[in-house]
Design a protein around this ligand. Structure first.
Ligand code: TRP
Length: 465
């Protein structure tokens, strides 16, 4: 057997894990689900979920990965027995589902970035004036409707997936580590700059109020929808619940302090999502959009192009914004394909190259319907975030907490030292409270998805098939 690859440098793992976590979840998904959840109320539930559920859960993935040095499917089987291969199979399926729509959305960002080279965002919008007047909608909404589906979206989905496959085919060291080293610092710098700039916008105050001052009565009244939405967002943005962190930790030496690495990754990811909100909500309100939830998947494109078209310096800032998100999306997409590829390499003994190309192609095909109609985005995204990721996290917690707990604390202590009662506290946290919250969240998520299938999706089928 070939010696398993490990990270080339000490920071390689952190950078790759942060690169995986920071992506469309922070920048595209976070603002629109925050908008749908009513702003600050959602933010509060989301932050609590990240700290109380996300942190213990990421440690569970880390110990599984580093202990077994295997892909998620192999790892689960080694710890839980052969029956767990079905759970592992669901992880692989989750990777398929998420990456399929992820690539389409990343394709939109790629398109908006490249559009910026054809002219300023103002002049691009001017091209939609006639159609906008006819439809009685803002130009930016017409532009998004035009670019988000059809041949345009299809071409950029193809392009984005091809690049993703290329990087994964090159392998851990040369591909992922190198790419991420450049990406992560660039993202942080750009977002900080943009948040400072957003602060100077005329209606920034209204944006901050919407985003930052929660009404507790709203949280209490809406917890049955806020909880699954916040959970789905938390797992999605942290790349948790399908074995990305198992896979990355499987390339890891025993000297790493997993507690510190987990804190850094979560801190980074949450910081970047929060920062994105500090950019997006002032921009929304400055552009006169006071219902940030209404735009759905197009919200960020519509409001941002609207803003970049009207403010001075908007052309350059727009290019930087769309370009940054595109790069962030690439490092996340790489991690999704890496899990699926590592599985095929380890379990089936296929070349990295062929594995990446084969799996990437199937995922690509699964994403194509999204470029036809955005109802398929809700279909895939809702299934992945509302059900699959929560289910995955539940299984991981069950495995580490109850089925094979013997190794867990010991593994966590490698690279940290004696944890004393903290190790037990972590184990009991995932055994009971985390588990209970996940069961409740999963039930609520399933109910909501059934509502979607029997409601909007059934209507769509009725009208279009
Ligand atoms: N976390 C990434 C983002 O926020 C997306 C992602 C990458 C992901 N790998 C994942 C989500 C694994 C869930 C599971 O954009």
């Amino acid at each position: 057997m070939k010696q398993r690859e490990t990270w080339a440098t000490r920071t390689g793992f952190i950078l790759a894990a942060v690169g995986s976590a920071v992506g469309l979840g922070n920048i595209w998904r976070f603002p629109f689900v925050t908008g749908e959840g009513g702003g600050a109320a959602f933010l509060l539930v989301y932050l609590l979920f990240v700290a109380l559920i996300g942190f213990p859960a990421i440690l569970a993935e880390f110990v599984i990965g580093r202990k077994t040095e295997l892909n998620p499917v192999g790892a689960l089987m080694e710890l839980g027995g052969t029956g767990w291969k079905y759970v592992g199979g669901i992880f692989i399926l989750t990777g398929f589902v998420i990456l399929s729509f992820y690539s389409v959305v990343a394709g939109w960002f790629t398109r908006y970035f490249l559009e910026g080279f054809r002219g300023s965002y103002g002049s691009l919008l001017a091209g939609y004036e006639g159609a906008a007047a006819e439809a009685g909608e803002p130009e930016a909404a017409i532009m998004f409707a035009d670019l988000s589906t059809g041949l345009d979206a299809f071409v950029f989905h193809t392009l984005f997936m091809a690049v993703t496959i290329g990087v994964v085919a090159l392998g851990i060291r040369r591909g992922i580590e190198l790419a991420v080293k450049v990406m992560v610092p660039a993202i942080v710098l750009l977002l900080v700059g943009m948040a400072v700039w957003a602060f100077t916008l005329p209606d920034a105050g209204a944006g901050y109020a919407y985003y930052l001052s929660p009404e507790f009565s709203v949280v209490a009244e809406n917890w049955t929808t806020l909880l699954p939405a916040a959970a789905g967002q938390a797992f999605f943005t942290l790349s948790l619940g399908m074995g990305v962190m198992i896979t990355y930790a499987s390339y890891l030496g025993e000297d790493r302090n997993l507690g510190r690495d987990g804190t850094a990754i979560i801190g980074f990811d949450t910081g970047i999502a929060f920062l994105t909100g500090l950019v997006v909500f002032p921009v929304f309100f400055a552009a006169g959009i006071t219902e940030p939830g209404e735009g759905g998947a197009g919200a960020i494109f519509i409001s941002m192009t609207e803003a970049f078209a009207t403010i001075s310096g908007g052309h350059l800032i727009g290019l930087l914004f769309f370009g940054t998100v595109m790069i962030a999306a690439l490092s996340s997409a790489i991690s999704l394909l890496e899990v699926v590829t590592a599985y095929v390499i380890d379990e089936k003994g296929i070349d990295r190259w062929k594995a990446a190309l084969g799996m990437g192609s199937v995922i690509y095909v699964l994403g194509v319907p999204v470029t036809y109609d955005l109802i398929f985005l809700d279909l895939l995204d809702g299934f992945a975030d509302g059900i699959l990721l929560v289910f995955g996290a539940l299984m991981l917690v069950l495995l580490v907490g109850w089925i094979a707990p013997a190794f867990a604390v010991q593994e966590l202590e490698k690279g940290i030292g004696d944890l004393g009662s903290l190790g037990e506290a972590w184990l009991w946290a995932i055994r009971v409270p985390v588990l209970v919250v996940l069961v409740i969240t999963l039930s609520l998520g399933v109910l909501e998805y059934v509502d979607f299938l029997t409601g909007p999706f059934a209507d769509w089928i009725g009208e279009n098939v």
